[in-house]
Ligand binder design. Structure first.
Ligand SMILES: *Cc1c(COP(=O)(O)O)cnc(C)c1O
Length: 418
């Protein structure tokens, strides 16, 4: 056996040992894996989670018995309350949020707009700045620009290193008496950097501002404790680690202490205190319901409910432990195989500062990603030169990750060093 084959056998055995010791290994079998026979290794759980078997059944069952069976009566049977019911469930299972503060509605972009507007509109006179970082997710930066223009505010941009993310020191230096709101991603979409949310929240509060967290890349992979951290507002996606399906609705969190005082601007009938009276003039519903604007996307919440059931059963502590074990294994394989092939790790090595994915950089990674997709190995690509390895703790096995990393190494080795 060659030295390379021997080394491979060592790492393959290690992957198999990790699978054997994985308390969540059986959860993988609950996913619809056999429907994707061409997929060798799915490493984009941070962009779109795989579907559960139960989701396919539940969707079909919902159409047959709920939609077809109940028709318009479904709204009075309970659909009307799904934004809060599913929001509370999500809050309990994944956010560390007590009931009454979370709704499921809209997209992350739209909810982000609504919450940001609510926050800046409530700021005292003289607090005319929104603090945001230059490497925040594009939609957040664009909405921040739009809200600033709409309300005559200034954006104070914090410059962040794309291989890292937003730090406490950088936030401390940026906030002050003019801060209305500071908004950041908890896990940076590019590097996977995990921001120190409790400390940053406290720093923004210390300067008298509010904080709005985008949890899209942390919910369902990192443990969250929004109430304990004193977070004011938060939004996030449900189609990533929560397996809600393509375009599934987002969630918004508004801490109880701000309810009633902070008002979102899209005052539609479904956020009205009495939607069915259809009366003149808008009066917001009490509680988090006031974050809702139009008719709730009931059908699109069915898969999310399945995803939340599985996360609840697994428990977020176990999910985070597996996620860290997966990214640690990714780093071990990158160090063993890829460093000599010109690959840099563009993610935190410190597990305390690492979210759920790892970014590996080489100048030709865009083309490499295309070649991997042709082989059924599916990470994704983000500039500059970053292949994002995003294993999903509920559905990715260590062996699946190993197979993907072998393919990455082989494709890189077959190409000239850029
Ligand atoms: C994925 C993601 C979004 C996506 O927002 P949509 O409105 O669902 O398109 C927003 N913010 C962050 C940080 C994300 O990672």
């Amino acid at each position: 056996m060659t030295a390379t084959a021997q080394a491979d056998q060592h790492w393959r055995r290690r992957a198999e040992e990790l699978d054997a010791a994985d308390p969540l290994a059986a959860v993988r079998e609950e996913f619809l894996l056999d429907a994707a026979p061409d997929v060798v290794s799915y490493l984009d759980g941070n962009s779109l989670g795989r579907p559960l078997r139960a989701t396919a059944d539940r969707m079909s069952e919902f159409v047959g018995s709920q939609w077809a069976g109940r028709l318009i009566r479904g709204w009075t049977d309970g659909w009307m309350q799904w934004p809060e019911v599913v929001g509370d469930e999500l809050g309990r299972v994944a956010l560390g949020a007590a009931a009454g503060q979370t709704v499921v509605a809209d997209s992350t972009t739209v909810l982000f707009y609504k919450l940001l507007r609510a926050a800046v509109d409530a700021a005292p006179a003289g607090r005319d700045e929104i603090v945001c970082d230059t490497d925040n997710f594009p939609t957040d930066r664009y909405v921040v620009e739009g809200v600033a223009a709409e309300r005559g505010l200034t954006v104070r941009w914090v410059r962040t290193d794309p291989a890292l993310g937003i730090t406490l020191d950088a936030v401390r230096a940026a906030v002050g008496p003019r801060t209305a709101v500071a908004t950041f991603s908890h896990v940076a979409y590019r590097s996977g950097y995990l921001a120190d949310a409790p400390a940053i929240t406290a720093a923004v509060h210390g300067a008298g501002g509010l904080v709005l967290w985008d949890l899209s890349h942390s919910v369902g992979s990192v443990e969250l404790d929004l109430d304990a951290w004193g977070v004011d507002l938060a939004v996030g996606c449900t189609y990533k680690y929560l397996c809600g399906g393509p375009g599934s609705p987002a969630f918004g969190y508004l801490a109880t202490r701000h309810q009633g005082r902070l008002r979102q601007p899209v005052q539609g009938w479904m956020g009205h205190a009495e939607p069915m009276t259809m009366g003149p003039g808008y009066a917001p519903a009490s509680g988090a319901r006031a974050l809702v604007s139009g008719t709730p996307p009931i059908l699109a919440m069915v898969p999310l409910r399945c995803g939340l059931e599985v996360v609840d059963r697994a428990g977020m502590a176990a999910v985070r432990a597996k996620s860290l074990a997966l990214t640690t294994f990714t780093l071990e394989l990158a160090d063993a195989w890829l460093a000599d092939l010109g690959v840099d790790v563009a993610s935190p090595r410190d597990p305390g500062r690492r979210g759920g994915h790892v970014t590996l950089r080489r100048a030709d990674h865009r083309e490499v990603t295309d070649l991997l997709w042709e082989r059924g190995v599916i990470p994704d690509y983000r500039d500059p030169g970053g292949v994002r390895i995003g294993p999903a703790p509920l559905s990715t096995s260590f062996r699946e990750l190993y197979d993907g990393m072998v393919a990455l190494r082989d494709v890189l080795a077959s190409r000239p060093l850029p």
